[in-house]
Write a protein that binds this ligand. Sequence first.
Ligand code: NDP
Length: 614
Amino acid sequence: MTLATEPHAAQDKARFDKAALLAKYRAERDKRLRPDGNDQYLRVSGTFAHYLDDPYTPFVERAPKTDHVTFAFVGGGFAGLVTGARLVEAGVDDVRIVEKGGDFGGTWYWNRYPGAQCDTASMIYMPLLEETGHRPTEKYAHAPEILEQCQRIGRKYRLYDNALFHTEVTGLEWDGARHVWIVRSNRGDAFTADFIGLGTGPLHVPKLPGLEGIEGFRGHSFHTSRWDYDYTGGDPASVTTRGARMEKLTDKRVAIIGTGATAVQAVPHLARSCRELYVFQRTPSSVDVRGNVPLDADWFASIATPGWQQRWLENFTANQSGGPGAEEDLVQDGWTDLSRRIRSKIMHLPPEQRTPANMIAAFEDSDFEKMEEIRSRVDSIVKEPDTAQALKAWYRQLCKRPCFHDAYLQAFNTPGTHLVDTDGQGVERITEKGVVANGREYEVDCIIYASGFEVGTSYERRAGFDVTGKNGLKLSEAWAEGMRSKHGIHVHGFPNLFFVQPTQGANLISNVPHNLTEAGKTIAMTIRHAQGIGAREIEVTKEAQDAWVALLLTGMGRMMMGNPDCTPGYYNNEGQPQEHIARYNVGYPAGASAYFQYIADWRSNGAFEGLEFR
Ligand code: NDP
């Protein structure tokens, strides 16, 4: 990648009119604000419950579990796998992962839609590559390979032996007299565990648009996270990895509702397969260059010296958040490009002007610049001018999930693929025969909902259960006014319970698995310490938790994310940010690199500051 010298702010002014852009951003946002906010979506239950059925793995009957394990983990995605692996390495040999899907993989178990692929480079996104000896085949691996990596981790650390699949936890309750957690599930399980890990993931409950008539459609329909290959033809490996067509769609008229990160990946495959494809768009995604390439075995062998993945992880994080080693950029992608632009602007300022306000200004300038590039990319690819205009995103890049793809925009040049832009208003309703938008009915055989996942609803609603800690304290009560934790892992009142997720830790959103692998290491070392000193309970003190939360609130916070000026989406609770809650969704003020250094020291210096071992 060539890093051009960044222009100064004065030069930016000549290239685009920021005031006019901001006015356009606001006008586009205002069009999309709606009084029902997050309530516009339908919960997938009742008559819609079949949208949640697992199309991938048959259900196997088993007897309920009433035994005891050392560590139970809720969720068999990356969080459970990496924590399980570290626990096994630390000598805990009875880790039980409880997972609602039929296998490990979490998001990669459910999301098998055509084209599914990681958006962060495989070398850092796929966990435990060095430990499992796997070489990613592409810079951005496709979903089947990521699912296989999950299964490989499960096999290597023997996590399958004790796992409970197709099992949903319905309750977790602390039994203080026995120092154990009681785990209940929808399969009648009622077993106990010394320790609990929670890795339920932020985006795992599919949601549907609350459209009039949605239940009356007579054709076929499904959500992208339960792709119906029986209906479409093909399978994830042939379609996603080898580019085969979904042969059963060749005579079908298909509607896809939504144009977020999922649709951006699925649309090119649908465009090649369907007789007619209608892409219903409310808000365009920003779609930057992907630049996927195969990873060469000789090249990989040359870099894969001991400790390589940790070096790559640290280098990416340093490039994202500043820190030692950022002079070199190993990953070289859209994420590091944006960060380097911002840093380059800041470095042009004299040291005394490197203030938070100027840093925000540098961030904004880089963003305008990047979004202008992304908009002109649309013109350079999409042939039909009105379609090109409608595909341009008018908001800051981090207002919505940035997308990267080299075939999405091109798909709109395919005969039979139609963009139905709704000028921010969305689909009006569903009829027995199809989809109504802009006052016109589009008759289709199939509707695919690429409408995303619940965000902003309560933890217990998304997890499917509440957690009952000491003295009957519910997690829903403890977090009623927002999340409170130390390191995003420990919560006062909930001994022997560990969260594995990014918030209130490094909060490195551009590479979520890095947060998880670090949390896994921290938890394994904490448990080994407790076992070493014969402690049965581990709990963060209230003072330590309060001090940590107070420290987090001294940071620059959420920058563009959750910004009310942003176009509505799940990042800002559909344009109705709940600031009193959202202000706690932050990370370590000094940045992700600094956090990872801090936590490595915290877990290895032997003090486990802030925790009580009893
Ligand atoms: P999103 O929530 O991002 O997108 C939902 C889409 O549905 C939006 O385009 C939304 O429009 C649209 N929509 C909702 N209601 C209507 C309506 N009434 N009419 C028309 N359109 C409507 O869901 P995704 O599944 O695309 O992505 C969710 C997240 O999953 C991503 O943000 C990302 O974090 C993750 N993901 C990661 C991937 C990766 O790493 N490789 C790949 C895919 C997803 P509007 O924008 O106007 O609300």
